[in-house]
Design a binder for this molecule. Structure first.
Ligand code: AMP
Ligand code: ZN
Length: 487
């Protein structure tokens, strides 16, 4: 069964057929490096890490390019404000991005090109466009002529006449069509500049991605990704440039992720409603962010809320509880006990593999993937292996469970932490969030224990009710009372 992708170009799900058998060329528009990324910006990086991993697990070799836009108005503005060179800003924020990215524990991209490293390629790309009569030069500025590319609008389903009727782009009287866009422009005083046939200048934004794609991946790529806001004009313009320059199809499959919203509004710097990836990871944990991303389909809006975050925490706690249980079993049971994986459980692992394959092959249904993982966790817990001290199957079943969970953990970049310390981290997060005084919790637990010892059931009930009212869950175990904060 082939992998099916929703292709923005056709607005349908299509069977994925690579250009070259067993190989996938994937490009995702990366960040403009002038500030820390917010969690909306990270949605693409986290989701396409899964796309890449799933293609690899399905037997493909993936070349994954994620660029740094290090020439841009916003970088120049910040550099001018600080009175430093633009490269100081871009290098600083590339380094900051890399700190966040490493903390997220995603697989390294095959290439992370910077625009500034591809100036020669950009210039020769623009030259070809001029030569092919797809671009024209005015006063040291080069514009793409959309009237000379009749397919303009095919990605975003925009019709040129409609565009012009409702046009809101600022009109530059030198342009032949108001939607003609800049490929190369003269640099103003104090701006970074490169020597070109049209004078000292710098590239427009759209040409950067096209030139890096051509140089690293070739004229035609398999998959191009990005957030939905990039469909128009950025990706529409990339197609016009690519097909205008190479006279070949630019990209076969376009995948766009929806936004992360805050209170029904797009998370965005200009609105000022952002949570940076870094502050989220400081307050919570990188795995909580990733789990949260997979709770919604990539083509649906993910509305951020405390509830969503708490659901992610409790979902992760479920998996890690089972993993920590598995650890106890591994430490308790003897290797020499010669058992087999519980038959029903082994069967469930197989059917769950099939479920996950079906879900991911169908345009990356991560919600169903997570549901299948929960089903396996539930079944493992229900076996109650620790209680079955003499069951020789406990250890092999546990090992099979762990191996299975960690395989999907690798794919999703989840379940990578040591279980006991991760569960303790979650407790700390919740203690802080709910402002819980540990001394009070422990005093109440102690008073309940004493009341029980004295058979003072009424007092024991009072302590229990107070603990519950504080949002504390507890169990009496052979090792004493264990408590945690309800999520
Ligand atoms: P920008 O720095 O605004 O060009 O955005 C970089 C990437 O993040 C692009 O792929 C955008 O589509 C994406 N993006 C920006 N805001 C959001 C958001 N709120 N939710 C999801 N993706 C976003
Ligand atoms: Zn791009």
């Amino acid at each position: 069964m082939p992998i099916k992708l929703y292709n923005t170009l056709s607005n349908t799900k299509e069977n994925f057929v690579p250009i070259e058998e067993g190989k996938v060329r994937l490009y995702l528009c990366g960040p403009t490096v002038y500030d820390l990324l917010h969690i909306g910006n990270f949605r693409g990086a986290i989701f396409f890490n899964l796309v890449r991993n799933w293609f690899e697990l399905s037997g493909n070799e993936v070349t994954y390019v994620y660029n740094y836009t290090d020439v841009d108005d916003k970088i120049i503005k910040k550099a001018n404000e600080e009175g430093v060179d633009a490269t100081v800003i871009s290098e600083r924020f590339i380094a900051e991005f890399e700190k966040d990215f490493n903390r997220l524990g995603l697989k390294k991209h095959t290439h992370n090109p910077k625009v500034t490293e591809f100036m020669d390629e950009i210039i020769s790309y623009v030259e070809t466009l001029v030569k092919n009569d797809k671009a024209y030069v005015i006063d040291g500025e080069v514009f793409f002529s959309i009237d000379n590319f009749p397919e303009y609008g095919k990605l975003s389903n925009k019709n040129l006449d409609d565009l012009q009727a409702g046009q809101r782009v600022e009109v530059d009287s030198r342009k032949r069509n108001p939607y003609d866009f800049v490929l190369w422009k003269p640099s103003k005083e104090g701006e970074p500049h490169w020597t070109s046939p049209w004078g000292e200048g710098r590239p427009g934004w759209h040409i950067e991605c096209s030139a890096m794609i051509k140089s690293i991946l070739g004229n035609t790529i398999d998959i191009h990704g990005g957030g939905i806001d990039l469909i128009f004009p950025h990706h529409e313009n990339e197609i016009a440039q690519g097909e205008g320059c190479n006279c070949e199809k630019y990209c076969n499959y376009w995948m766009h992720n929806e936004f992360i919203n805050m209170k029904d509004e797009k998370m965005s710097k200009s609105i000022g409603n952002v949570i940076t990836g870094r502050s989220f990871m400081d307050q919570y944990h990188p795995e909580i962010l990733k789990f949260l991303m997979f709770s919604a389909h990539y083509r649906s809006v993910l509305n951020m809320s405390d509830d969503k975050i708490h659901q992610s925490i409790s979902g992760l706690r479920r998996v890690y509880d089972a993993l920590s249980h598995a650890l106890v079993i591994e430490n308790t049971f003897n290797e020499s006990e010669n058992g087999k994986v519980n038959k029903t459980f082994a069967q469930l692992l197989k059917t769950s593999d099939a479920k996950i394959k079906k879900a991911l092959d169908d345009d990356f249904n991560t919600g169903e993937t997570v549901a299948a993982i929960f089903e396996v966790v539930r079944a493992f817990n229900a076996l109650n292996l620790l209680k079955k001290q003499k069951d020789p199957n406990s250890l092999p079943t546990t090992k099979a469970f762990k191996e299975w969970i960690l395989k999907y953990g690798d794919m999703l970049a989840l379940f990578k932490e040591e279980p006991t310390s991760f569960l303790a981290d979650i407790d700390q997060i919740m203690i802080k969030e709910k402002n819980i005084d540990i001394a009070i919790v422990e005093a109440l637990i102690k008073s309940r224990e004493e009341a029980r010892a004295n058979k003072d059931w009424a007092a024991a009930d009072v302590a229990r009710d107070e603990l519950h009212a504080m949002g504390i869950d507890f169990q009496e175990t052979s090792d004493g009372v264990k408590w945690n904060v309800k999520v």
